[in-house]
Design a protein around this ligand. Structure first.
Ligand code: UDX
Ligand code: UDX
Length: 483
């Protein structure tokens, strides 16, 4: 029974709030979901008739939006209204790393969470369950509680009360809908058992009982940070081994397979790549490190920071290899970048390895042509903070007018003319089907394919007369008999 909860509000219609509420609305047709956001632009994209223009690309999302939007799922900017009517409010706003002030570069900026809590305090009526959905530093629930309860002291309304819960979301982008429909676990942290049971009754509509974990609020907050830190650490570990493979003649795919067969280790998250991206891993590890530092645990802080520092080093390593293979200079050389999203099946580019790698290559004077099936030119421009030299419509040659590097975006696969190299940075399915025999004829010889995601068929690339560098592939070492 969810009889005490009828109306749900979610503040923040982003990569987490949007898909999460969509799946919940689909699974709970008897409840009303109001997703609110301060951004008019974002809300109008969620309300688009043309479902290909939703603000987020996520496989399976548009079908669920079509089915549930304006039935029991509503997107609007009417925050006051949504809060007033809500029995339960999810806070799902973004929590970027602080840029200035105390904890700058490490701790999360909670200004949006604080602002949301203040709005909740101002407009809510009766008893409201307030749920942290955003990933937050440990003990943020206390901040939210303080804001809510201090507002109670100011108000004459006698019947207003709150319960604060932590319910972190574990979805990964690109597989969000499946992750939400079939979660490994649902974590609910709190000290108000009644509120915790009310929230768990909602999840029980589609999640088996044994997957719903109830903990204290701090354990729940810390478990989310620690899960992300463990996952990121695994990627840094496998990427560090890929470097050793390249110099010894081993192959990271074989090593990864052998490691993953140990049932204690498991096979997931062992794919070496250009370095982890996404909005969470780096931010959450830095939060964990900041927390440790705050409590005087310097060694713990350094331990976790190592994972992030290695990731940055690894991304740089890839751009250096590209320059080295192209005879030590890429000035005025055309290089095709295949993929800008931080992983396949998403249009999200936050912390994508492509940002650092493209910037490095542009700094070295390269002419980049960047392709991604879901990311827009505008988005790339925002991330690189360098204007695209050519509009998409201009089919001009790229011969540079000066010695600085430059980039342009291409919506089509017509990108290989006169290219010295192609660099695969995102594992989009389409890139597996490139006909290298055809494309190689358009490229400048000797031409290189740099595959940081292990998605090309090495035989097809080399048969097309192209040089191939694959991350973690030491086989060329074997051929040269370097030992
Ligand atoms: C998620 C998590 O919730 C966050 O904890 C994590 O750290 C980053 O990823 P996400 O949904 O991906 O956040 O963020 P984003 O896509 O930026 O969406 C946040 C939304 O909140 C934006 O649409 C923004 O306009 C909105 N917002 C922000 C509000 O509605 N009100 C505010 O006061 C601030
Ligand atoms: C992550 C967590 O997986 C999710 O549980 C949490 O809620 C949010 O943060 P997300 O960042 O969306 O999800 O994607 P994820 O699949 O974890 O990938 C993160 C980065 O790691 C990507 O850049 C991806 O390419 C990289 N990665 C992942 C690897 O390089 N190798 C792997 O084996 C797995």
């Amino acid at each position: 029974m969810t009889s005490n909860i009828k109306n749900i509000c979610c503040i923040g219609a982003g990569f987490v709030g949007g898909p999460t509420m969509t799946v919940m609305a689909d699974r709970c047709p008897d409840l009303i979901f109001n997703v609110v956001d301060i951004s008019e632009e974002r809300i109008s994209s969620w309300n688009q008739n043309d479902l290909s223009k939703l603000p987020i690309f996520e496989p399976g999302l548009k079908e669920l939006i079509e089915k549930n939007r304006n039935k029991n799922l509503f997107f609007s900017t009417k925050l006051k209204n949504a809060i007033e009517n809500a029995d339960l409010i999810f806070i799902s706003v973004n929590t970027p790393t602080k840029l200035i002030g105390l904890g700058a570069g490490k701790s999360s900026d909670l200004k949006w969470v604080e602002a949301s809590a203040r709005e909740v305090a101002k407009f809510s009526r009766g008893h409201t369950i307030v749920v942290e959905k955003s990933t937050l530093p440990v003990r943020t629930a206390e901040v939210i509680k303080k804001i809510l309860y201090s507002s109670l002291e100011e108000t004459s309304e006698k019947d207003v009360s709150f319960s604060v819960l932590s319910n972190p979301e574990f979805l990964a982008e690109g597989t969000a809908i499946n992750d939400l429909e079939n979660p490994d676990r649902i974590l609910i942290g709190g000290d108000d058992k009644e509120a915790m049971l009310s929230l768990s009754r909602i999840y029980k509509k589609w999640v088996p009982d044994h997957k719903i974990l109830l903990t204290n609020i701090w354990s729940s907050e810390l478990a989310k940070l620690a899960s992300n830190a463990f996952l990121a650490q695994r990627i840094s570990s496998i990427n560090s081994i890929s470097t050793i493979c390249e110099v010894t003649g081993a192959d990271i795919r074989e090593v990864g397979m052998a490691i993953g067969r140990d049932s204690r280790i498991g096979s997931k998250f062992l794919e070496s790549g250009p370095g982890f991206g996404g909005s969470c891993f780096k931010k959450d590890i830095l939060n964990l490190a900041y927390l440790a530092e705050y409590f005087g645990l310097e060694d713990i802080a350094r331990y976790w920071e190592g994972v992030v520092n290695f990731n940055i080093w690894h991304q740089r390593r890839i751009s250096k290899i590209i320059v080295e293979k192209l005879f030590g200079t890429i000035s005025q050389k055309r290089i095709v970048i295949l993929g800008f999203a931080f992983k396949a099946n998403t249009n999200d580019t936050r912390e994508s390895a492509a940002i650092k790698i493209c910037k490095d290559l542009i700094e070295e004077g390269a002419d980049l042509i960047i392709h991604d099936p879901k990311v827009t030119q505008n988005q790339i421009e925002k991330e690189l903070k360098i204007k695209s030299l050519f509009n998409n419509s201009e089919e001009t040659d790229l011969s540079p007018k000066n010695k600085l590097g430059q980039w342009r975006f291409s919506e089509t696969y017509d990108v290989f003319d006169n290219a010295h190299a192609a660099v695969i940075l995102t594992e989009w399915e389409d890139y597996k089907n490139i006909d290298w025999l055809v494309e190689s004829k358009k490229m400048v010889r000797p031409a290189w394919i740099f595959d940081s995601r292990s998605i090309v068929n090495p035989q097809e690339v080399t048969n097309a007369g192209l040089n191939l560098w694959r991350l973690g592939d030491g086989s060329s070492k074997n051929k040269k008999n370097d030992f």
